[in-house]
Design a protein around this ligand. Structure first.
Ligand SMILES: [Mg+2]
Length: 375
């Protein structure tokens, strides 16, 4: 066995772990915690094989209480899994995932960064853009959406107008505060919409079931989607029953199994698939395919991140029919780019290149010195 592994040119020979600080301005959600971080801590991993091929991935939790994921835990999980990953064939991605699952239970956000790096590497190995390997490319331009932070209705309308002027036509309205004030926010923003604009009111689990039931009658009068009103799947169900607007689930769906249950319960019209929350491109693709086969709309995106995250979500979005997409996120903020070649954001659209894998080249001067190297 040892001999067979040692001659495999695709065997993982080195795993390098980098950390990047991302300026963070909370969108108003209470789910970032008591001490709102002013920076997020993103982890970028580069995998190299014996033959010298490399792949890159990124995973960036939003603080420590948004999801069961945090930056320090991510790196500890990588340290736990690295010895088992070295020597594995990076192009055998299901086997790589199996080895990770046999080494560490859970911690899918850490496994995601390895999974994404292996997909990038496989794309380069096959000389194909990842979208080609994720089912085939439907389009190279993906509509992005702009998120409007929870503020006063006037401030939110002003932000809408700014984003409209930048070319966006799809908008997320952050709510999840007082349910009656939230309805005023949504009504004001949607009223300032232009023909063809699409609105998604996202409570980010901020409403109790009772709050949501108070609000839903008014939401039903407004032309918008309602996204993730309550903290748990169970609390969302009675809201879904009374909501006549299209209903989006986000944070409570964390696996293909949970999605299959929600589909069987008719609990959603649309799903947010965050690639690292799903556990990487492998499980995200399963969720994508379940949605495709049931006619459920999707937002293909991620929790947070930089150019590498933008490229991963965009490759999956490029391989998914636009008719079933609500839009992707841009991950644009004030910091140096971590990679060249990532999809450009132009007039509210993401534009993909045709390079192999994720289509990005990490900027080593921005990544700086590795925090850990396993070899
Ligand atoms: Mg959401």
């Amino acid at each position: 066995m040892h001999g067979a592994v040692s001659i495999n040119p695709n065997a993982i020979a080195k795993i390098s772990v980098y950390g990047v600080a991302i300026p963070f301005h909370a969108l108003g959600s209470r789910w970032v915690g008591r001490d709102k971080p002013d920076h997020l801590d993103s982890t970028i991993v580069i995998i190299e094989t014996r033959s010298g091929l490399s792949g890159v991935g990124e995973s960036c939790p939003i603080g420590a209480i948004y999801l069961p994921a945090f930056a320090v835990g991510l790196r500890a999980a990588l340290e736990e899994m690295a010895p088992a990953l070295l020597g594995q064939d990076a192009t055998q991605i299901n086997q790589v995932n199996r080895v990770m699952d046999e080494t560490l239970f859970g911690h899918v956000y850490a496994k995601a960064v390895i999974d994404i790096a292996c997909w990038d590497l496989l794309g380069k190995h096959c000389a194909q853009p990842l979208s080609q390997l994720l089912g085939g490319r439907f389009q190279s331009r993906i509509p992005a959406y702009a998120s409007i932070p929870l503020r006063t209705p006037d401030d939110m309308v002003a932000m809408l107008k700014q984003k409209q002027s930048e070319g966006f036509t799809r908008f997320q309205i952050k709510i999840g505060d007082d349910p009656i004030e939230d309805c005023e926010r949504v009504r004001a923003v949607v009223a300032a919409g232009r023909d063809g604009d699409l609105f998604m009111a996202d409570a980010n689990r901020g409403w109790s079931q009772a709050d949501a039931l108070r609000a839903v009658g008014q939401i039903n009068q407004i032309d918008c989607y309602l996204e993730q009103p309550c903290a748990t799947y169970r609390e969302c169900l009675p809201v879904r029953e009374r909501c006549t607007r299209p209903f989006i689930l986000d944070e409570v769906i964390d696996s293909p199994q949970e999605l299959a249950r929600a589909i069987a319960d008719d609990a959603l019209d649309a799903l947010v698939i965050k690639v690292t929350h799903a556990g990487g491109l492998t499980p995200a693709k399963i969720q994508r395919d379940l949605c495709l086969s049931h006619g459920i709309k999707m937002r293909l995106e991620d929790t947070a991140g930089t150019e590498i995250t933008r490229a991963a979500q965009a490759q999956l979005a490029a391989a998914t029919p636009l008719s079933l997409q609500l839009g992707s996120y841009t991950f644009v903020n004030d910091r140096p780019a971590t990679a060249d070649g990532a999809p450009e954001v132009l007039n509210g659209m993401l534009h993909l290149n045709h390079e192999p894998g994720l289509g990005v080249t990490p900027k080593m001067d921005v990544l700086g010195e590795a925090l850990a190297v396993y070899a």
